[in-house]
Design a binder for this molecule. Structure first.
Ligand SMILES: Nc1ncnc2c1ncn2[C@@H]1O[C@H](COP(=O)(O)OP(=O)(O)OP(=O)(O)O)[C@@H](O)[C@H]1O
Length: 278
């Protein structure tokens, strides 16, 4: 049976105004009435325009931003009833911008992902060492393993942050635009890896994406976010339609179909942005 790993139920969220506490009455909700359940073994893509609320939803799902109302449940238990260490063993998060411990070597940073599983002395077991080595190789970091993180490029540093999260061996994985700085080879390698791990280890994986064609190819389900609400949630074939995507992004798109595979693809259309449609 597939288990609901992570659920947002009736979630509303807002950010406190500068210098003032937020109240339910005064708040402008960045997320409004979000219901989303992510099951084990599925990769859910969050798609939407800039400022739609995708990162905020990830923050609420990970527990870094408390919802104004509604609830987030991790394996059926409200997130607030789990202690931080238990959450760290169960859920790994890679944010849009990540600080990757600049004074350390790549291998040491990836080992930090094992911390929630280690005792007070943080002593690495043989299992920790082998998980770290396997993760370094799967993230194409073997040649960089002994380099200081500060001496890496932006895309390489992001791969280290992802490797640290994968080394956590959590059951839930949340990633915010993980391939933002990646060249096309590393982009495909990352999503192949995420899809493989999600299927093999029955992960519940939620990924904020901007590349709708990557979402079409890799997502088990897609959630379209618009102005803090979910416009549609479901399998790619149902949700990734021309009409839904135009509505989500307020722009026209070219929608095509690969005649051999039947897979849909979408391209931007020169001169057919929001203004042209109005
Ligand atoms: N720390 C913050 N304080 C106040 N407002 C914020 C904060 N972070 C985000 N917002 C606002 O909340 C809304 C949603 O932002 P969010 O970062 O969730 O969007 P997003 O869909 O992830 O966008 P993008 O694709 O540009 O990353 C935006 O209007 C943004 O300006």
């Amino acid at each position: 049976m597939t288990l609901e790993a992570l659920e947002a139920v009736g979630v509303r969220a807002s950010y406190a105004p500068p210098g003032g506490a937020k109240t339910e009455a005064s708040a402008t909700f960045v997320l409004d009435n979000i219901d989303l359940a992510v099951r084990e073994g599925e990769l859910v893509a969050l798609l939407g325009a800039n400022g739609a609320g995708k990162s905020t939803l990830l923050r609420v799902l990970s527990g870094t931003l408390a919802p104004s109302s509604g609830q987030v449940r991790l394996f059926g238990t409200p997130l607030m009833h789990h202690d931080r260490r238990a959450i760290a063993r169960t859920m790994a998060v890679v944010g849009q911008t990540e600080d990757v411990a600049f004074g350390f070597r790549v291998r040491d940073v990836v080992m930090m992902g094992r911390a929630p599983h280690q005792g007070g002395w943080m002593r690495a077991t043989d299992e920790d060492v082998s998980i770290v080595q396997e993760t370094i190789e799967s993230c194409d970091l073997a040649a960089l393993a002994d380099r200081p993180v500060s001496a890496l490029s932006g895309g390489e540093q992001k791969r280290v942050a992802i490797a640290r999260a994968l080394a956590q061996r959590s059951r839930v994985l949340l990633l915010d635009e993980p391939a933002a700085f990646f060249d096309v080879r590393h982009q495909i390698a990352l999503y192949d890896l995420l899809a493989e791990q999600t299927a093999r280890r029955k992960l519940a994986c939620v990924v904020v994406m901007h590349d709708i064609n990557i979402a079409t190819q890799y997502a088990t389900r897609v959630a379209l976010v618009k102005a803090g609400r979910l416009l549609a949630v479901g399998p790619v074939d149902e949700v990734m339609t021309y009409a839904n995507l135009c509505a989500t992004f307020d722009t026209d798109l070219y929608a095509g179909m690969n005649e051999l595979t039947g897979a849909r693809f979408f391209l931007p259309m020169r001169g057919r942005g929001a203004k042209a449609r109005a």
